[in-house]
Design a protein. Sequence first.
Length: 357
Amino acid sequence: MSGSAIFNRAALASALLLLAACERGGRANAPLTWKNFSIEKLDALGYDRAMVKIPPGSPWTAAKAELGRHLFFDRRLSKDQTISCASCHDPSSSWADRTPVSSGLNGQRGRRNAPAVVNRIFSREQFWDGRAASLEEQAAIPMVSVREMGESHQAIVAKVAQVVAYRRLFAEAYGDERVDLGRITGAIASFERTIVVYDSPWQRHEMGEDEALSEAARRGLEIFKDNNRGRCTACHSGPNFTDEKYHSTGVGVAEGSPAPDSGRYEVSEAEDDRGRFKTPTLMNVALTAPYMHDGRFQTLEEVVEFYDRGGAEKPRWPLDPEMKKLNLSPGDKNDLVAFLKALTGRTTRVDIPAPLK
C-alpha cells in the first residue's frame, strides 16, 4: 500500500506552509485549542476536510462548540448530578476511560469500554456497534441509560433551561434562548468535533521530518503496511487509521464465554454481523488503554500478540477473513509497538469550565 493510501500527502505538504508562521525550530508553538479550532485548520494539521462527517442541518460553529464544552463537563445533566460526558471520556486520559468498562449512575458498570473522543469529526457512526448514526445521536443515548447518566431527556432540557448563563449561550449559538434536546446534543457534538490529534512523530515524519520516527518505528511502519506481514491496514487505514467498518476478531466470543457480546448484530440483526465491532482510530492509541471493546488488554504488546495468533481460538462466530496468523518475530512485534506509540501526538487543549449559573 502506498503512503498516500494511509495519509494525504498533499494535505501534509500544505501543512508545512500553513504552519510556518507559527513554527520555530520546526515545531508549532501555538497549540490547537477549542477556541481557535476551525474546520479549515484540519488541512494544516495534515488531515483532509473531505473526511469530515457532519450531518446535514447541524453545521459546526464555534458558538455551538463553546456551548457544548460547558454541557460536556456538566454533571448536573445526570440524575444524581455526579456523572458528565467527561466522566467516561476524561481529557486527562486522552478523552478515554482507563477502566475496562465505565461506571455510571450509582456505580453501575457498563458492558463495553468507552471509546476515546478524539478525531470523532472524521467518523459518522458511533459506539462499538454503530448504533448511533452521528455524534448528535450518540450524545443523547448515555443521558437516558440507567447504567450511565440515568436522567430523562425532558428533565435534562428543563435543568439546562433554568440556568441563565446557558440561555445566553444558546442565544449566541442558535439565535434565540430556546433549549431543546436537539440543540443540546448538537452543541455537544460540535464541541467533540474540535478534539483532534496532531503533531505526532508519524505525522511529522510524513511532513518530511525524517528523524521524527525512530529506526524501530520506521521498521514498524513497514510491517504495519505490509499485507504479508502485519496486515494492519486491512482495517486500520486512512489518515485516521480506521476503515470505519465492523470486524470480528473473536474478542469475548470464544467458545464457552459466559455472556458473548454479539456486537453489530444488536443493531443490524444480520447474522453475518454477530461478533463484529467497529474499527477504532489508532491516533493516541498508546494513551488509551485498556484495549478492545471489553477492555481486556492492558498493553499494546498484548494486543499485538493477540493479532499475531490470528485472533481468538474456537470463536463462537466466524472470524473476519482478514484474521490470520502473522508469525511475527519478537523484533517485529517490538517494532510494530514502536510505530503505534509514534501515533501519539498533541491533542486539542480544552479548559475545563466551572458550572454555569
